[in-house]
Design a protein. Structure first.
Length: 198
């Protein structure tokens, strides 16, 4: 089992990377978008925690920057009807913390906002995994602690059809640009305008 790969980042693509190890072997590793966004530049060192999937017809590596992401991935693929591609799509659409919160809260609307996740699949993930993620702890969000209304704004944006990931990015951008003095309705209005202007 290949559990970790350290080396030089040779290729940095939206869905995969190549890492050249010190032994001269390069590995192709599939990643979620949330990992891509935090990768170093090509030519710099990188360490990825990996999940090594072995099948009769293929071997694949999936890479993550921290242990929590890898743990979520392995638990997602343990759910009925969830393969590695769908697990990556879920981890690409929202942060690890948002995904765990959505599953724990059985937030089917947030899960079905992810491309490829139907209502039945979302319900199955919620039922099978809602009680299997309690050991995953996240630090309190500094943004939410600093800015009243962030959680309310995120929930409202998702209810309006914005993905969790896009909602989070839009809210963060608005708070960075305009400060933490906005009310929840103001935050929702500005973040919605930003999220729908892409």
């Amino acid at each position: 089992m290949i559990s970790r790969i350290r080396g030089e980042l040779l290729l940095r693509d939206l869905e995969r990377v190549e890492v050249m190890t010190a032994s001269g072997v390069a590995y192709e590793i599939h990643i979620p978008t949330t990992v891509f966004e935090r990768l170093p530049r090509v030519g710099e060192p990188v360490t990825l925690r990996t999940y090594h999937l072995v099948r009769e017809d293929a071997q694949m590596l999936f890479g993550f920057l921290d242990e929590v992401e890898r743990t979520i991935f392995t638990r997602l693929i343990s759910a009925s009807g969830v393969g590695p591609r769908l697990a990556l799509a879920l981890l690409s659409a929202m942060s690890a913390e948002m995904l765990v919160r959505s599953i724990r809260d059985r937030n089917v609307a947030a899960l079905t906002a992810v491309s490829g996740v139907g209502k039945k699949t979302a319900e199955r993930i919620s039922v099978e995994l809602s009680n299997k993620l309690d050991d995953l702890a996240f630090a309190p969000s500094p943004l939410a602690a600093r800015t009243p209304g962030v959680e309310e704004a995120l929930r409202a944006l998702v209810a309006l059809g914005i993905t969790q990931g896009d909602a989070d990015r839009a809210v963060r951008a608005v708070v960075t640009e305009q400060g933490s003095g906005l009310t929840a309705p103001e935050l929702i209005r500005h973040a919605l305008a930003r999220a729908t202007s892409k």
